[in-house]
Design a binder for this molecule. Structure first.
Ligand SMILES: [Zn+2]
Length: 331
């Protein structure tokens, strides 16, 4: 960041500029999106939570969805927190902080991952590319779609991981599954049946425990596919309705909210969107960046991307409505 930008930021934060900006989005709800957490995030996360409670009104996702439907009112500056994937790192590093600040949280669990039957597939890719001895691989994402990935440095491995993940989000589901099934022979890395601790899911007991603390548990499919790439209606049914029923049978609680994997419009598709509406949910969250007006479409809840590593200054700006894509007004 340039010195000029730093100076402008200081003025914005110190002269009431953010408060002025925030007023533009007074009646919009803020749905924050987090994923995993690290030990080092604790201090920043504590500051982010302090900013949330100082400048906004924490409410439940239920409250925001009911208001989106026109069935409830919201306080000004309504905000809630969502956590995708239900990694165990949330329990260790995130949950105590949100609980201490009394901020309502919804955790979106991947049924098969929570059940210990699978790793999340982007984590398998990352694990294989981090641990391979090869300095390059010739990755056939699908017939005729080949990526020559340079793995000679940590930076190139990281870039290769992103490139491969993005490519796999665009191919038919069967091609992605075939690629993952071939990952060991491609990289020479043996992928253990269970993910390492830093990529593990919360167990059912842990999910029930955070639910008892007031956390809402929502559904994030059965296996975390890109739903728009799933051609089989039966598989879509398992991922959307089946995952809900399975989560409910293990949690002994209703599961009312759905969260789309990857969550951009191109990742969702009309068939999945229709099935979500018919499967008994009351909302669906996306990764479309933005705030939600009242009323809004409860099947396309927009969110603001956060991480435990987000700087408190940037967090304050996001909460005030800065950094929205294309500088659009909130909504
Ligand atoms: Zn996810």
């Amino acid at each position: 960041m340039t010195a000029l930008k730093n100076a402008a930021r200081r003025v914005l934060h110190s002269m009431g500029g953010l408060a002025m900006l925030r007023k533009r989005s007074r009646e919009h709800s803020r749905v924050l999106m987090f994923h995993s957490f690290n030990e080092g995030d604790q201090t920043k996360l504590d500051s982010i939570c302090a900013e949330i409670t100082k400048t906004c009104q924490p409410v439940s996702l239920n409250n925001i969805v009911e208001a989106a439907r026109g069935h409830a009112t919201l306080p000004d500056f309504a905000v809630t927190v969502t956590i995708d994937d239900a990694y165990r790192s949330y329990l260790t590093w995130g949950h105590p902080v949100f609980l201490r600040h009394k901020i309502p949280v919804t955790v979106f669990a991947v049924a098969g991952f929570s059940d210990g039957r699978l790793w999340l597939w982007p984590d398998q890719i990352e694990f294989a590319l981090e641990n391979t001895n090869r300095t390059s691989v010739h990755a056939e994402v699908q017939p005729g779609n080949i990526l020559d990935l340079d793995l000679s440095t940590p930076a190139s491995r990281s870039a290769a991981t992103s490139q491969l993940n993005e490519a796999l989000k665009l191919v038919p589901d069967e091609a992605r599954l075939a690629f993952i099934a071939n990952l060991e022979s491609l990289t020479g890395v043996s992928i253990p049946p269970y993910p390492p601790a830093n990529r593990a899911a919360m167990t059912w007991d842990q999910l029930r425990a955070i639910a008892a603390d007031g956390v809402e548990i929502g559904c994030h499919t059965e296996t975390h596919p890109i739903l728009s790439r799933v051609a089989s209606p039966e598989k879509l049914e398992r991922e959307i309705r089946g995952a809900k029923e399975f989560l409910e049978s293990r949690l002994w609680l209703p599961v009312n909210h759905f969260c789309y994997p990857n969550g951009r419009a191109i990742d969702i598709g009309p068939a999945a969107a229709e099935m979500v509406r018919k499967a008994g949910y009351i909302s669906a969250t996306t990764t479309t960046w933005g705030m939600n007006p009242v009323p809004a479409d409860p099947w396309a809840i927009k969110r603001l991307p956060f991480s435990g590593d987000t700087s408190p200054e940037y967090a304050a700006e996001l909460l005030a409505g800065l950094h929205l894509p294309d500088n659009v007004a909130p909504g």
